[in-house]
Design a protein around this ligand. Sequence first.
Ligand code: NAD
Ligand code: DAU
Length: 332
Amino acid sequence: MARLLVTGGAGFIGSNFVHHVIENTDHVVTVLDKLTYAGNKDSLAGLPEDRFELVVGDVANAALVDELFADHDAVVHYAAESHNDNSLDDPRPFLDTNVIGTYTLLEAARRHDMRLHHISTDEVYGDLALDDPERFTETTPYNPSSPYSSTKAASDLLVRAWVRSFGVRATISNCSNNYGPFQHVEKFIPRQITNVIRGIRPKLYGTGENVRDWIHADDHSSAVLTVLEKGEIGETYLIGADGEENNRDVVEMILELMGEPRDAYDLVTDRPGHDLRYAIDSSRLRTELGWRPQFPVFREGLEATIRWYRENESWWAPSKDGVEAFYASKGQ
Ligand code: NAD
Ligand code: DAU
């Protein structure tokens, strides 16, 4: 049994990880989360009180981080500003949380000799051409496009430097696009599902040819636990489940699964600097650490996700109108 500190554990992927850990291990979990617009206590409802605690606070608060590090064995760092469209609108919070927040945790890890796993994204590698036979690997050069991905790239480089210069016991994982329960309605898949539920036509940026490599959030969780337990200190592991789909196909699949005509969507203003394609080669994680995804069929995972949003309207409804007003102001 270990005492895990999970930053950003009230967000989408962090909360899925907390549920995964409670269900599949005997670890005890503390979540440190600022509860920004993206954090939701309800995503952590029903967890056993003797194995789970929520501390509301900022990862950039060094005194609070020091206090929490003293009582834990390992930290899994999910906390971030995570949405590209928001980073194009107002980059500053991305620097504060993603860069200064990660720096604060690294300095504390150094003081406490703490094992730290840093959660990152495939977006640090930039994008690929649609017909490029190569996929991202652990040695692909960094080439981020947006304020969000550049701050995540900065945070990864800080982790690497703190490992090399100060001997911090850290690992990094870079994962592709996640889907599943508890994802904020600002993101692509939940936005379109909740649009259909509300009778709003789904909105596709540009021509919809952009490709994302989808992985179920629970598979991301099992991969992170694998790296935490078996990963080599100082190393980076790419996480992906061979789930490449273009956005148009995803919207059409959502419409079909929800009983609507496949062409009942609108093309809207494209995202500035929109990355064309992401694709992950996760061979290293699979061959060296023995990880395998449990939700390899995207269509089935999507069906379950649609069911979750239909059954949990009270979870997402409070955010929906504000998100749609934000997008409408940008012609999206
Ligand atoms: P999210 O926006 O749903 O959740 C982020 C969480 O962090 C929220 O609960 C928020 O309250 C919290 N937070 C924000 N600033 C904080 C601060 N200063 N102090 C403490 N808590 C703070 O994000 P997500 O989609 O769950 O992403 C989680 C992590 O996974 C991020 O690091 C992201 O870069 C990475 N990631 C996401 C994806 C994806 O597809 N969503 C893929 C790969 C990697
Ligand atoms: O690749 C991992 C990244 O995936 C994570 O690091 C980010 O935190 C996460 O937000 C996600 O980034 P994307 O920008 O790929 O995700 P988003 O859900 O915003 O958009 C997915 C694709 O769908 C992208 O090509 C833009 C497009 N899109 C998005 C929205 C919100 C639309 O076509 N219409 C929309 O309404």
